[in-house]
Design a protein around this ligand. Structure first.
Ligand code: NZQ
Ligand code: ZN
Length: 386
């Protein structure tokens, strides 16, 4: 196991009715609050009114309309409000996009240059306006980590910042009831994202890590199981609660501890989203099976472990490689059954820009942990995903 240091300062308030704990959580956070939210789901489902009621007595400023794949320009708007109105605390109410945008605002407001500098490694954030979150969609884990992903439409880049201590929410309220209105396609996308966060670490060296593997396998099994319960009955509290906690645990940085990690599927997906503005989880669902299929030959034993322990594949009479491939095929079938896209064609991506995107992906960083994936291999993987 690799060395690690772990310190997670985010306070989690989890469970039915915890939305009403906002007043208490935010009480001592100052008077000027910037409320950040998305395209309207919180107005439709009543959460907005419930939040506003608990902010009585505070000066509330609003930034609404944060897009899925949040734009740099929207973060700029928020930064201006924070600076002009002397905001003490940012409250993000929404999914990963809203929370990530709020994080960008929190660090950008304490910086004289353009916040994009942080996302292009020209500067590193050391201070931030504090923020809190009410999560409404189980997927990214942003509610309990120091990551943020922002899209710059001008340069066609979707870049992430990871592990920034000052970007951790001070608190995150995780009330599974707030996810009852998440529609089926977003349930599927969210599950694909949660699973991918686990795969990116599970399928990486060092491999003698039974604690990390066991935690990851339990979360994976729970996602595959509970997704179908939530899809059948959107108001099944336990299913929503389990999926929400899975999403948080998959990327609150516990699972990656001691592992090298891969993060190749995420690197690919960010470029797909930058060019085609597709949902993050959808891109991952498409890319993951062919990516796994390519890497299976380099560590078949681990893919067999996944197939057997997570998906219940019977390995009798099969080589590790055969059992591994069967697990990958089943993964694809389950993602499809959930309603996630499993081909680029389903999200309107053809072969036109494949070469361009491959060159951008390989320039951005290393792909593959069990074996290095270069341009040629990546092109093969994306062609298989067509
Ligand atoms: O904008 P509204 O109207 O709120 O609607 C959203 C949006 O259309 C809707 N939604 C959210 N909660 C809902 C709801 N609809 C009904 N009821 C609710 N309770 O769902 C749509 C998608 O929301 P979004 O926030 O974009 O989804 P998600 O949580 O999957 O976030 C995706 C973003 O997070 C980044 C992704 O790249 C993408 O930009 N990621 C962030 C990470 C992090 N910070 O740690 C890690 C991830 O790997 C990921 O990269
Ligand atoms: Zn992700």
């Amino acid at each position: 196991m690799k060395n690690f240091t772990y310190h997670n300062p985010t306070r989690i308030v989890f469970g039915k009715g915890t939305t009403d704990k906002l007043e208490k959580e935010i009480k001592d956070k100052g008077n000027n609050i910037l409320l950040v939210y998305g395209g309207g789901s919180i107005k439709k489902n009543g959460l907005y009114d419930r939040v506003i009621k608990q902010l009585v007595g505070k000066n509330v400023f609003e930034l609404s309309g944060v897009e899925p794949n949040p734009r740099l320009t929207t973060a700029h708007q928020g930064i201006n409000i924070v600076k002009e109105q002397k905001i003490d605390f940012i409250l993000a109410v929404g999914g990963g996009s809203v929370i990530d945008c709020a994080k960008a605002i929190s660090i950008g407001a304490k910086y004289d240059g353009d916040v994009w500098d942080f996302y292009t490694a020209k500067a590193y954030p050391t201070s931030a306006v504090p923020l809190g979150a009410i999560l409404t969609l189980a997927a990214t884990g942003t509610e309990m980590n120091g990551n943020s992903v922002i899209t710059n439409l001008e340069t066609k880049q979707k870049n992430g910042l990871a592990g920034v201590f000052v970007m951790h929410p001070a608190f995150s309220i995780l009330d599974p009831v707030n996810t009852y209105t998440v529609p089926p396609n977003q349930i599927a996308n969210g599950c694909a994202d949660t699973l991918s966060h686990l795969y990116e670490c599970y399928f990486s060296y060092p491999d003698n890590t039974p604690i990390q593997d066991g935690l990851a396998e339990t979360i994976m099994k729970t996602v595959f199981d509970q997704a179908f319960v939530a899809l059948k009955n959107p108001e099944d509290y336990d299913a929503r609660a389990n999926l929400m906690w899975c999403g948080t645990l998959a990327l609150n940085d516990i699972i990656p501890l001691g592992k090298e990690g891969d993060w190749g599927c995420h690197a690919i997906e960010h470029v797909l989203s930058a060019h085609y503005d597709i949902a993050h989880g959808a891109g991952l669902a498409i890319v993951t099976p062919p990516y796994m299929k390519y890497l299976c030959q380099f560590n078949p034993k681990k893919y067999k472990q996944y197939a057997v322990n997570v998906l219940g594949i019977d390995p009798t009479g099969k080589t590790d490689y055969e059992a591994g491939l069967e697990g990958i095929q089943k993964t694809k079938e389950l993602l499809k059954k959930m309603g996630a896209p499993v081909s680029l064609a389903e999200v309107g991506i053809g072969p036109e820009k494949l070469e361009l995107m491959v060159s951008e992906i390989v320039t951005n960083g290393n792909l593959g942990n069990y074996a290095k994936i270069g341009s040629k291999e990546l092109l093969g993987i994306l062609k298989e995903a067509l």
